[in-house]
Design a protein around this ligand. Structure first.
Ligand SMILES: [Zn+2]
Length: 317
């Protein structure tokens, strides 16, 4: 079963539109009353123009006619029937109270703080939500694709790690000046069951996670690039010097005298070192390495000398 809220979203996303009695006649049983009970829909005067109830082909301006016993009657002109009487019931109209919806949304999500309208009838701060130990501002925006949505962009970006519920439309790609916040389309997460709004929090968490993960990835890539650009030789040596020469030599020996393997191992342990640095350090302590081994460290100098390989002994003479 499709959720009846699908009928509500286009109306909520638009502004200045009314729900007409004619539209409601096509709604599923009880949906209109449920929205009235939730106060998401409220009556807003009478319509100036209505769809012709006779031929359903045109929308006409409503004319008020003096009726019998002082009662006003309403009618429209119709090319086919000339004049069609419209019942007062057919003139009723309603508007969506998005502010009330924002309040219900905040309540359903158990947010902390009170909902607040940040931009008249367009943007609301719902409250704060703890996500992975961080408090984040949850917002609701409607009509995001319209040009005037730039007027409340600052209100969004100034929020604390914002997460934005949108109705149907999303802002254009160039809307955001910095990193775009996670956008949660209401049709993907909101349900109406037994006259109450329900939110699919698993889906909300999934959407937030995906956007955050994408941002973290792009941040890492940028970070590495930027770092290698600014990392001059001085900075490199400073980092390399955090490793003691002993550590480098130990890694070299442990990796069967391979400078590359030693560098890879040290890098995997969180040190930033190039194999050429390992080679340089090895060269510096060539003598020690030639005469020593992990075994011979325990031995005396004399015994070391005795253990020295023949080719080395030759070069040592
Ligand atoms: Zn007509």
């Amino acid at each position: 079963m499709t959720d009846p809220l699908e009928l509500l979203w286009p109306i909520m996303d638009a502004t200045g539109t009314f729900v007409t009695a004619d539209q409601i006649a096509g709604w599923p049983d009880g949906f209109h009353q449920q929205l009235l009970d939730l106060q998401v829909l409220r009556e807003a005067g009478t319509a100036d123009r209505v769809l012709c109830p006779d031929c359903h082909n045109h929308v006409e301006e409503v004319l008020a006619l003096p009726g019998s016993r002082g009662k006003t009657r309403y009618a429209i002109s119709c090319p086919e029937s000339l004049r069609v009487i419209v019942s007062p019931e057919a003139l009723r109209q309603w508007t969506v109270d998005t502010g009330r919806f924002a309040f219900l949304l905040a309540k359903t999500l158990n947010l902390t703080g009170q909902p607040k309208e940040l931009a008249p009838d367009r943007l609301w701060r719902l409250g704060r939500w703890r996500y992975q130990g961080v408090m984040r501002d949850m917002l609701l925006a409607r009509g995001c694709e319209r040009a005037d949505a730039v007027e409340f962009r600052r209100e969004i970006t100034a929020a604390k790690r914002p997460i934005v519920f949108v109705v149907l439309s999303v802002p254009a790609a160039d809307y955001w000046t910095g990193e775009p916040p996670p956008l949660i389309p209401l049709p993907e997460v909101a349900l109406l069951r037994d006259g109450e709004f329900l939110m699919d929090t698993q889906q909300i968490l999934g959407l937030i996670h995906d956007v955050d993960a994408d941002l973290a990835n792009s941040r890492d890539t940028l970070g590495t690039e930027a770092l290698s650009l600014v990392l001059d030789q001085k900075v490199r040596s400073a980092i390399e010097n955090q490793l003691t020469e002993t550590q480098i030599l130990q890694a070299y020996v442990a990796n069967r005298l391979s400078a590359r393997a030693a560098a890879a191992e040290l890098t995997s342990r969180g040190h930033s070192i190039h194999h050429s640095t390992v080679s340089r350090t090895v060269k510096k302590h060539e003598e020690l390495l030639r005469t020593g081994s992990s075994e011979s460290i325990q031995r005396t100098r004399t015994s070391q000398r005795r253990d020295t390989p023949i080719e080395n002994r030759d070069s040592n003479k």
